[in-house]
Design a protein around this ligand. Structure first.
Ligand code: F0G
Length: 455
């Protein structure tokens, strides 16, 4: 059961099918363009959508809004140091700013940044700084039916290949995303993190975590790896961080806040360079684009997320949701990840070819069917047209992610979503593919407009 009681409620929005059809057309078949007031269950993201606790809300009243040296910064810094073990703590207002600051500071044009799988903003920040983002996850990550417990693991042979191609001087850092969001919210094992760290340090390359969901990763290690079974979540998380040199963090996930993030590291000289950029684009080093009260809420969220009872419910709720979908015949990515269930659009809509964006078509169809919003992780997000020839390079996976916000929905909300999926499965032959009407080159999925393919 939920290890909390509900103190504040927000009514859900209900719409008719005709209203949803109209809204979809207006939105150019892009669910990012929909007003949230027209969505019944919003599983677009688990990012910034958490319900805060009474402890966090009361902390908001303790905001010290001093420009420099706010006491909330010190409380925040203490918690981040305790959880990560990293000395230098630089607040940012969300994760992608942490990425921007890190990559704009360390990257030179042509540098390679290996990761298990880069999240879209991470890839975009690497590429914006003229680096090359390389995914080095184990091959099992691309097979939706293989039930590997740690599908987020790094493939060291792939790291060897990047190294052989460009040499260590062109690899300023290696990243490890825990959990691996773009590969299905799959965890990285502690053993794999250790092997990756040994590889990096053997070549004199720093290892950074993209740590958005570090607590969920630690919980999945605790339940799937006998070596972690007897350890507390905090101990497991600390063991991960101790292997690395730093991390970027979107606290909008496992920080249990609506806004916030940070970079933490041990390298003092690098931290100084990053901090001077921070002052330029975010704000002074003791607030980093946030209010003092946000820092206090983040400090408390980072403590609360380590509560094993909370994580047991959180990860368990997502698993039950996935199992329900599976029982109804929906093709889901296995094993079920920590923060979301991923529908395999290729198997859900086998009649729609990849060049007609099957995952985007499925996301739109779920909205039309029941006012449920998920997000496409497929050709619209990661597909790349060749400027010269107009042919596309397609990603391996066509998924719709149903991300579960933390402490927001109950199991009966998710049962409703499963029923919507079941109804859609029954009538899937009627779902049509999409074609792009307009698309921007940077993070195209946020603003692209599409229309159904005719015929
Ligand atoms: N890294 C990962 C693995 C993420 O999942 C995200 C955000 C970020 C970095 C960037 O953080 O949004 O605070 O700037 N993921 C959200 C999502 C948007 O829906 O998965 P941000």
């Amino acid at each position: 059961m939920e290890p909390f009681k509900i103190k504040v409620v927000e009514p859900l929005a209900f719409t008719t099918r005709a209203e949803r059809a109209e809204a979809l057309a207006q939105a150019g078949h892009n669910l990012f363009n929909l007003p949230a007031s027209l969505i019944t269950i919003d599983l677009l993201t688990d990012s910034g959508t958490s319900a805060m606790s009474d402890r966090q809300w009361s902390a908001m009243m303790l905001g010290d809004e001093s420009y420099a040296g706010s006491r909330n910064f010190y409380a925040f810094e203490t918690v981040v140091r305790r959880v990560t073990g990293y000395r230098e703590v630089i607040p940012t207002h969300q994760g992608r700013v942490a990425e921007n600051l890190l990559f704009s500071t360390v990257l030179r044009p042509g540098d390679r940044v290996p990761n298990n799988i880069h999240f879209d903003t991470t890839r975009a920040n690497v590429e914006h700084n003229r680096g090359v983002a390389v995914n080095c996850v184990i091959d099992e990550a691309y097979d939706q039916t293989v039930n590997h417990p740690f599908k987020g693991n790094m493939d060291l042979a792939k790291l060897d290949r990047v190294l052989a191609e460009v040499g260590r001087d062109r690899i300023p850092l290696v990243m490890l995303t825990i959990t691996n969001n773009s590969g299905g919210g799959q965890p990285v094992s502690l053993g794999n993190a250790r092997a990756t760290a040994d590889w990096c340090h053997g070549h004199g390359i720093p290892l950074y975590y993209d740590a958005c969901r570090f607590a969920e990763n630690a919980y999945l290690c605790k339940t799937r790896d006998t070596g972690c079974a007897g350890r507390s979540i905090e101990e497991i998380a600390r063991a991960f961080f101790a292997l690395g040199d730093g991390c970027t963090m979107s606290a909008k996930k496992d920080g249990l806040v609506n806004i916030g993030g940070f970079i933490a590291m041990n390298d003092e000289a690098l931290a100084a360079r990053v901090s001077s950029m921070l002052v330029l684009i975010e704000g002074f080093t003791t607030y980093g684009g946030l209010a003092g009260r946000d820092l206090e809420a983040m400090a408390r969220g980072l403590e609360e997320v380590l509560d094993e009872r909370y994580l047991e419910h959180r990860v368990g709720q997502v698993r039950r949701f996935g199992e329900r979908l599976q029982a109804l015949g929906a093709p889901v990515l296995l094993p079920i990840g920590g923060h979301a269930v991923y529908l395999d659009a290729r198997r859900f809509l086998p009649h729609i070819p990849q060049e007609q964006f099957p995952a985007q078509a499925l996301a739109c169809a779920l909205y039309l069917e029941g006012g449920v919003r998920g997000v496409e992780i497929g050709g619209l997000m990661f597909g790349k047209p060749d400027e010269a020839t107009g042919t596309w390079e397609w990603p391996e996976l066509e998924l719709v992610r149903l991300a579960v916000p933390r402490r927001v929905y109950t199991d009966s909300h998710l049962d409703y979503v499963a029923e919507v999926c079941a109804a859609l499965l029954a009538g899937r032959g009627a779902v049509r593919g999409l074609r792009i009407v307009s698309r921007s080159p940077v993070l195209p999925h946020f603003t692209a407009r599409l229309e159904p393919v005719v015929g």
